[in-house]
Design a binder for this molecule. Structure first.
Ligand code: COI
Length: 355
């Protein structure tokens, strides 16, 4: 439990909850939001008026800089409920650190840790009925920060709004995930913003991802912008390749998101004595491994996607099906991760944060 000595947040509760209208058994990811949201404004150099209020529309000037220069960053987190009604976050301090790193890169102010945690805990207490127990159920948490100063001069805003929304979630991907390895478009470059959860990193992927979707693939695995030789990350998740019994994943750096699920998967794999190599992964070694039968698995790892096995990839217009060996590592690591998140397994790493 995170303690604060004095509550700083004003709370305005909803009069009537919308929860009875929600079909929790048939959720599409990210379409429904809970009763309350958090809002805090950065004005005159400080964060002010932290408020929890009923979820609803904002009034923002169309001249606000977020609409013109995409000064916007976000996070993805989840809350879980165990069978006794206890609520947990998963490594939330890492999300706080990361949104601040993203903000610094986008010339935006960092958000204070005490208000971040107090906002999360108060929101989750108010909207705890929106968190359903059971494996696979969670409440997706979307903190974000946007530039609200009015003006179209191309310079950083001096006003911002930080918000947190909650959205009940089940699986992000419902069927098989098939991916295309990028050969033309790029997601990020050295010295760019690829490591940040900057809103524009995601919007920029929509067009090439639509091209992939038209061919029957859900995601693009991005490659390095210079040569398209090295595998980096997919649109909504980091990526792991199992060649023989070794897991390979690209190292984080300027271009790749430092995923919290990615980090946790590496620790869980190492605990089971699975060999993990964080190193540049050549497209050619994965294609060769697919051809000679040593490519055993590909899976994505992310907060929304959890661990999602990939069943096929396309490269240079050839589709390689991944010989199904039941996604052994992916499913084992997914179970271990979810058991910790849902308070089913002992938390030897100290990852759970009880609300
Ligand atoms: C998350 O996993 O939280 C993400 O940020 C992916 C999102 C773009 C759906």
């Amino acid at each position: 439990m995170h303690q604060t000595t004095e509550s700083k947040i004003t709370v305005q509760k909803v009069k009537n909850s919308r929860i009875a209208q929600v079909d929790f058994k048939n959720l599409t990811f990210g379409n429904i939001f809970s009763d309350h949201m958090f809002e805090c404004d950065y004005i005159n150099g400080s964060w002010q008026n932290p408020t929890i209020k009923p979820y609803g529309p904002l009034t923002i000037s169309p001249g606000a800089k977020v609409f013109h220069y995409a000064q916007a960053v976000f996070e993805g987190m989840k809350a879980y409920k165990d069978d006794n009604g206890n609520v947990f976050l998963f490594r939330p301090e890492l999300n706080h650190e990361r949104i601040n790193k993203s903000s610094v890169r986008m010339a935006m102010p960092e958000f204070p840790k005490d208000i971040f945690f107090e906002a999360l805990e108060t929101l989750l207490q108010l909207d705890q009925e929106w968190i359903k127990p059971g494996m696979g159920n969670s409440l997706y948490i979307r903190p974000f920060s946007i530039a609200t100063q009015v003006g179209v001069s191309a310079s950083p805003s001096d006003q911002y709004k930080f918000m947190i929304l909650l959205s009940p979630a089940q699986a992000y991907y419902t069927g098989d995930v098939k991916v295309v390895i990028a050969q033309k478009y790029s997601r990020s470059a050295n010295g760019g913003v690829g490591f940040a959860k900057a809103a524009g990193n995601y919007g920029a992927q929509f067009f090439p991802t639509n091209l992939a979707k038209a061919e029957g693939f859900q995601q693009v695995i991005w490659t390095d912008a210079n040569e398209h030789k090295y595998l980096e990350e997919a649109g909504t998740m980091n990526v792991f390749f199992r060649i023989n019994d070794t897991l390979l994943t690209a190292p984080t750096g300027d271009r790749i998101l430092d995923g919290i699920t990615r980090k946790s998967v590496i620790d869980l794999a190492k605990r089971s004595h699975i060999k993990v190599e964080e190193r540049p992964v050549l497209v050619s070694e994965v294609v060769d491994a697919a051809k000679n039968g040593t490519l055993k698995e590909i899976f994505g790892a992310g907060t929304a996607a959890v661990i999602s096995p990939v069943s096929a990839f396309s490269y240079a217009n050839v589709t390689y099906n991944i010989p199904s060996n039941n996604h052994e590592y992916a499913l084992k690591l997914k179970k271990e991760l979810m058991d910790i998140q849902h308070n089913v397994a002992e938390d030897t790493f100290g990852w759970r944060h009880q609300v």
